[in-house]
Ligand binder design. Structure first.
Ligand SMILES: Nc1ncnc2c1ncn2[C@@H]1O[C@H](COP(=O)(O)OP(=O)(O)O)[C@@H](O)[C@H]1O
Ligand SMILES: O=c1ccn([C@@H]2O[C@H](COP(=O)(O)O)[C@@H](O)[C@H]2O)c(=O)[nH]1
Length: 211
């Protein structure tokens, strides 16, 4: 069976507004399509399991390098959803830096919004997307938003956020994430509250669904 499944990929720097725009599109399209016909998948859910490592070793992982993510599993899950099969999406703890025991079942959807920093670096994932987006928020703004968010929501200290940003987040952005902008169909400036970009993406999804 080859069910209709429109996949939109949203990439960009950490704290560039990927989750916010994905959530906005999800909530607004749910009103037309129904909540069971649209889903959001975060690439972060596919960080590799590090249960075999000590906490001291886990904090040393470079979470902004493509090899930190299990893109193969994400590709398999998207292919399964496209062929009408349900999947068990992993869950990830940012404070424990590893997968949690629970998974979340996702049934096939008409629309899947994928969001994550490194999505557009992977040719396999790009090949599964019907449209791709890059959130082009200035890096200094992303850093300020990440600092506030990670201290408030991800159990970090200000010092640890600043050290990680200098050691891995910024260098990996320059090496992998920013160059992947070339693969985006749409480049969104400013962040997750860009109303016109949100409307354009919604219209494109509706157009793909009507085909
Ligand atoms: N245009 C914007 N104006 C103000 N705050 C924003 C904007 N876009 C995103 N944010 C905020 O910045 C933080 C990071 O956004 P988020 O969507 O979580 O980023 P990402 O998913 O790219 O890491 C969140 O607290 C979010 O509410
Ligand atoms: O254990 C972890 C896993 C990830 N990170 C950081 O998360 C961001 C990606 O998530 P966004 O929601 O796009 O910000 C990435 O930059 C990693 O550095 C982490 O710190 N610890």
């Amino acid at each position: 069976m080859n069910s209709q499944c429109v996949i939109i990929g949203i990439a960009g720097a950490s704290a560039s507004g990927k989750s916010l725009i994905a959530k906005t599109i999800f909530e607004e399209l749910c009103r037309d399509l129904g909540t069971d016909q649209i889903g959001v998948i975060a690439e972060d859910a596919y960080y590799r399991d590090q249960g075999h490592l000590s906490m001291e070793q886990r904090v040393l992982t470079n979470y902004d390098h493509p090899k930190a993510l299990d893109h193969e599993l994400l590709c398999r899950h998207l292919q399964a959803l496209k062929t009408g099969e349900a999947v068990e999406i992993p869950t990830y703890s940012y404070s424990d830096h590893t997968r949690m025991a629970d998974t979340i079942k996702m049934t096939p959807k008409k629309v899947i919004i994928l969001e994550g920093i490194l999505l557009l670096t992977d040719p396999g994932l790009r090949g599964l997307m019907d449209a791709s987006v890059f959130m082009d928020t200035p890096l200094d703004i992303c850093f300020m938003r990440r600092l506030a968010r990670d201290v408030a929501e991800r159990g970090r200290t200000m010092e640890s956020v600043m050290a990680q940003y200098t050691e891995t987040v910024r260098p990996m952005f320059l090496q992998f994430i920013d160059p992947s902008k070339q693969y985006a169909d749409i480049i969104v400036p400013r962040g997750g509250k860009n109303r016109i970009a949100t409307d354009i993406l919604k219209a494109r999804i509706q157009h793909l669904l009507a085909k």
